[in-house]
Design a protein around this ligand. Structure first.
Ligand code: ADP
Length: 299
């Protein structure tokens, strides 16, 4: 049995349903999306916990019900008395989607406030998944506590998986973001960056440069996503390219990278080759972007 802990923020999603002013409530968030897809892909025998913090209000209760319903473990979710969960709303304007966020005071920002509880939450995990967004929402002390807990887990033989998911708006400055991302890479075994973002904020000339930079931080396995372009894998210093199948009608790219991560990790945990794992990852992402929303049923 593999025990997985995904750490981050799950938000309420309000998505337009068609008639003006009517929205459907759902739940999403980068590491949550990855955990949700991992749950679909891995045998029920594997345990997948979502590690976050929520409030004590009805909306938080509903989020916990959603997580339980998705068969994700909620035992390590802290509850904050004076905060609630974050929310985002999708607006459709002339066919273009835009997002508005209410997450500045979300409970998830306190998920690392109690370092002992965080260490306990990760103590039983074989594999931990976190992202640049997980880091971005934490106060500096929480960021330190998380990186320490991950380093400790890694020291005990756990595998640390990191998606940099660069979101400059969540950071005080680009240099704070790139500094924290580089420190996170230093505690990670697997990194799953997207080249376009990395090029914009780290100045990488090509996917090889992205892979080399993460490898230089000590990441043994770097998988560089690149939209519809080929995926570059750099594993123990060996680089291989993997074509992705073209998707003719892209409906919504939300969670492309998150589902890719789940597809890759599930295949790797099942002992598949790098080529098979990247093919499974790109195949899943390709399916997800043909439908609306972050969480697309794949059964
Ligand atoms: P992110 O969503 O994190 O920005 P990418 O845009 O690089 O990540 O996309 C992640 C993965 O989704 C890609 O590696 C690819 O497998 C798939 N993907 C994204 N856009 C397309 C596309 N237009 N056609 C086919 N596959 C795509």
């Amino acid at each position: 049995m593999t025990r997985i802990a995904a750490i981050g923020e799950c938000m309420i999603e309000m998505a337009p349903t068609g008639p003006a002013g009517l929205y459907r409530m759902g739940f999403a968030g980068d590491t949550l999306n990855t955990a949700w897809y991992l749950r679909q892909l891995l045998p029920a025998a594997d345990r997948i916990d979502y590690v976050t913090a929520v409030g004590r209000d009805a909306a938080s209760d509903q989020m916990l019900d959603f997580l339980r319903g998705a068969d994700l473990g909620v035992d390590h979710i802290a509850r904050s008395s004076d905060r609630t969960v974050g929310l985002y709303m999708i607006q459709l304007q002339d066919g273009e989607r835009s997002f508005s966020y209410w997450r500045g005071q979300s409970a998830a920002r306190t998920l690392a406030d109690d370092p002992a509880a965080l260490t306990e939450a990760l103590s039983g995990a074989d594999l931990a998944v976190f992202s640049g967004i997980t880091l971005a929402i934490l106060p500096p002390a929480g960021r330190e506590a998380l990186l320490e807990a991950l380093a400790e887990l890694r020291g005990r033989g756990g595998t640390i998986v990191f998606d940099p998911n660069l979101r400059p708006r969540l950071w005080a400055s680009p240099s704070e973001m790139t500094g924290a991302i580089t420190r996170a890479a230093a505690v990670s075994d697997i990194a799953l960056p997207s080249h376009e973002d990395e090029a914009a904020w780290f100045g990488d000339a090509d996917p090889e440069a992205t892979a080399a930079r993460y490898a230089g931080s000590g990441v043994g396995c770097v998988i560089v996503k690149n939209g519809p372009g080929p995926v570059l894998a750099r594993v123990a210093g060996v680089q291989t390219w993997h074509e992705t199948q073209a998707v003719e009608t892209v409906v919504d790219t939300t969670a492309a990278g998150d589902s890719f991560n789940a597809g890759y990790l599930a295949a790797q945990l099942q002992g598949r080759s790098i080529d098979e794992a990247v093919a499974a990852a790109a195949g899943l992402a390709g399916r997800v972007i043909r439908s609306h929303g972050a969480l697309v049923p794949i059964a």
